[in-house]
Design a protein around this ligand. Structure first.
Ligand code: GSH
Length: 192
């Protein structure tokens, strides 16, 4: 059964799903959606009309965070969540809190006053977390990192947000970029 991903290259939520599919080497088809001129049928697959959506044998699933968890359970190898329940909860918390980064990121894109300061404050928080652990979820790379990196890449590459003041965060990004799944995303961002 092949998975279809309804995708948009510029979409960071789609990037989460692309990374997980690549990490798990899941065979899939991609249907690119033009976000400026969305096909009406996308609303049949997701009532909000948003991407990403995955489809498998006529069953559709939207919401990047839910899709990531589904893929983790459906394709457990290689694991992207730790085994220990406490560590799993920590990793999920970091993924859940990604919204603390995405909110000021979109506010900055909209040109809102104070957004840059809020974005820097959140990058600073991530930097402090990463000063104590190599990956956002703890000892191993996983969904927490995947949940956050699309916005860090876009902020740095397309919005001129300097990461140099955040040494631990910069180190984390450098480690992530060694992974082919994340490097592929960096190439997409470079072309945006
Ligand atoms: N909560 C959704 C957000 C998805 C989302 O906002 N996707 C954007 C593209 S990055 C979209 O489809 N926007 C079209 C719209 O909002 O109408 C998720 O995590 O998948």
């Amino acid at each position: 059964m092949t998975i279809t991903l309804y995708d948009a290259p510029r979409c960071p939520y789609c990037a989460r799903v692309r990374i997980v599919l690549a990490e798990k080497d899941v065979e899939h088809e991609v249907v690119e959606i033009d976000l400026r001129d969305r096909p009406v049928w996308i609303y049949e697959k997701n009532a909000t009309g948003r991407v990403p959506v995955i489809e498998e044998d006529g069953w559709t699933l939207p919401e990047s965070a839910v899709i990531m968890e589904y893929l983790e359970e459906r394709y457990p190898e290689p694991p992207l969540l730790p085994v220990d329940p406490v560590d799993r909860a920590e990793a999920r918390l970091r993924a859940f809190r990604a919204v603390e980064l995405t909110a000021p990121y979109y506010a900055l894109r909209r040109g809102e006053d104070g957004a840059r300061e809020l974005l820097d404050a959140e990058l600073g928080l991530l930097d402090r977390i990463l000063a104590d652990r190599p990956w956002l979820g703890g000892r191993a790379y996983g969904l927490a990192d995947v949940a956050v990196v699309p916005w860090v890449l876009r902020a740095s590459e397309t919005m001129g947000v300097a990461l140099e003041p955040f040494a631990a965060l910069s180190g984390w990004l450098a480690r992530l970029l060694i992974r082919p799944a994340v490097a592929a995303e960096a190439r997409i961002v470079a072309g945006l």
